[in-house]
Design a protein around this ligand. Structure first.
Ligand SMILES: Cc1cc2nc3c(=O)[nH]c(=O)nc-3n(C[C@H](O)[C@H](O)[C@H](O)COP(=O)(O)O)c2cc1C
Length: 150
């Protein structure tokens, strides 16, 4: 059994819906999940997690959803080194935004690499123009991530 800290960044609820599907699947597989809609480094540390997941949409022009901005800033300021701890990023976006497609997820992936996290599976991008079942797409990615990370 592993403990997973799952940070969610969402504006209109799609990434939260996906995050809840991920939580359910992980729990069904016997793991413990701390799903956090207001993530913080303090909560990340308190969770004593074995792995970290970030599930976030992108807003504005490649911007982070407001609820996950403080977490991103704290990660830079407090720099909690991950020492090879596994992480994974599920990034939701819309490819019609072109250059900023899934930009928020890319920022978190970059940050966790800076913190010396380990990504057993590359970040997944979920394109709103290509799928009406983002939760199923995320669960497909999660299967491989669980096998390699946990
Ligand atoms: C105002 C607005 C701005 C957006 N900007 C971007 C963007 O810059 N890049 C991107 O990939 N997707 C962008 N999107 C698409 C969303 O990330 C996508 O629809 C996502 O599924 C929304 O998830 P949420 O409901 O969890 O926020 C934008 C959507 C809206 C409504």
């Amino acid at each position: 059994m592993s403990v997973i800290y799952l940070a969610v960044g969402s504006v209109t609820g799609t990434a939260l819906m996906v995050g809840k599907a991920i939580q359910q699947q992980l729990e069904q597989s016997g793991h413990q999940v701390v799903l956090d809609e207001n993530p913080s480094v303090g909560a990340l540390n308190d969770s004593q997690c074995d792995a970290v997941l970030i599930c976030t949409s992108t807003t504005g022009r490649g911007d982070l959803p407001a609820n996950i901005i403080p977490f991103y800033i704290e990660l830079e300021q407090q720099f909690p080194l991950q020492n090879g701890k596994p992480f994974g990023v599920i990034s939701l976006g819309d490819s019609s935004y072109d250059a900023t497609f899934c930009g928020a997820g890319a920022l978190f992936e970059e940050r966790f690499f800076e913190l010396q996290g380990r990504a057993p599976v590359p970040r997944v991008t979920i394109d709103a123009t290509e799928t009406v079942t983002p939760d199923d797409d995320a669960l497909f990615w999660l299967k491989e991530w669980m096998e390699k990370a946990l």
